[in-house]
Write a protein that binds this ligand. Structure first.
Ligand code: ADP
Ligand code: MG
Length: 332
């Protein structure tokens, strides 16, 4: 499917993979490339392990099929044109809630890809809008400490639970009016710098929190559209039984739970069900994203409103994490 109008009603979420190149410094350190692409839609992980007797190398080949696989030669332009531009156009036209999710291990290229998509979509989003149309933006960072409104100086905007009704709702974040492509580009850069600043803390905050950039488009006479761009926390979280830092362990468990909740919700949507009815539907991350998915579910006949880009590292040391990322992505 082209990602445009010809998709079947059931395929509401596209799942793609982008692999980054093996870096020269990794090669120098003895790492080798364990990934290969098979056609446009399959990727194979060559899982190499030394046999216990150290005399033979055992290689297991694991193959995964997706809507599309982007090899290391693929540029961000190609990823953008094939997967994101159709969503940008639909969001700008109104009525459609479009979502782009970056999922993968820390260091696999989520932020690299997202930054490239940001800079490319600015002109296209505004191309069909008139000065009377309104675009607003929110930027929320969701970590273990709760949700933070990055465009309002990192204020905490907690996701509240109402014990009486069992409902949990995110508090609205500050909406910033964006007056054109240049302003939007500046806002994306500002948002990225805020996350980088946060990442100089004790642990790498950007790998341990989700960043949700949401743009609302309101044009005269048309229901609003939205475009939500999500840079998810690293999928490599481990729960280390021997960890001396119980805070860190709790944090990892929380991130794992949020990613699993999201996966369940997306898989439910992809199976023709409702996003909100999935088991993970009450998690802060799924709550924050719910408006996007509910809308894309209603817009089912117009095709997919969501693309997940799973990023993987080809380095042999990352084999386990790449397998994990691909297994989860393939189950969405
Ligand atoms: P993540 O956000 O998933 O932790 P990053 O986006 O920060 O990962 O990428 C890690 C490093 O790899 C960065 O130095 C980035 O520039 C580089 N990188 C990622 N993807 C690519 C790619 N497709 N081509 C070239 N370099 C890449
Ligand atoms: Mg990152």
């Amino acid at each position: 499917p082209s990602g445009d109008d010809c998709e079947s009603e059931h395929q509401r979420v596209r799942v793609c993979v982008r692999r980054r190149p093996l870096f020269p410094h990794e090669r120098r350190a003895g790492e080798f490339d364990v990934l290969s692409r098979a056609g446009n839609d399959a990727i194979v992980v060559h899982d190499c392990r030394m046999r216990p007797d150290c005399r033979n190398l055992l290689i297991n080949h694991h193959s995964f099929t997706f809507d599309r696989v982007f090899d290391e030669e693929a540029t961000t332009d190609e990823v953008y044109s094939a997967e994101v531009l159709p969503l940008v156009r639909r969001a700008a036209a109104g009525s459609v809630a479009a979502t782009v999710l970056m999922y993968g291990q820390t260091g696999s290229g989520k932020t690299f890809t997202m930054a490239g998509l940001h800079s490319r979509l600015c002109d296209d989003l505004f191309a069909s809008l008139s000065p009377a149309d309104e675009v607003t933006a929110t930027l929320t960072e969701l970590g273990v400490g709760g949700a933070r409104d990055l465009l309002r100086g990192g204020d905490v905007c907690q996701v509240l639970a109402d014990p009486a009704t069992g409902t949990v709702e995110p508090l609205p974040c500050a909406e910033v009016r964006v007056d054109g492509a240049t302003g939007l580009r500046a806002l994306f850069e500002y948002g990225a710098s805020l996350r980088e600043t946060a990442a100089t803390g004790v642990h790498d905050a950007s790998s341990r929190s989700h960043a949700v950039f949401r743009l609302h488009v309101q044009r005269a006479g048309v229901p609003g559209g939205s475009l939500t761009l999500v840079d998810l926390a690293g999928s490599e979280q481990r729960i280390d039984a021997d960890s001396h830092s119980s805070e860190r362990t709790r944090e990892s468990a929380a991130i794992n739970a949020s990613l699993l909740a999201l996966k369940d919700s997306v898989a439910s949507l992809n199976g023709g069900g409702e996003f909100r009815s999935a088991a993970g539907g009450r998690h802060p991350l799924t709550l924050l994203l719910r408006p996007s998915f509910e809308r894309s579910s209603e817009a089912g006949r117009q095709g997919s409103g969501t693309v997940i880009i799973a990023t993987v590292s080809p380095a042999s040391k990352d084999t386990e994490h790449s397998l994990n990322t691909l297994r989860h992505a393939a189950a969405m």
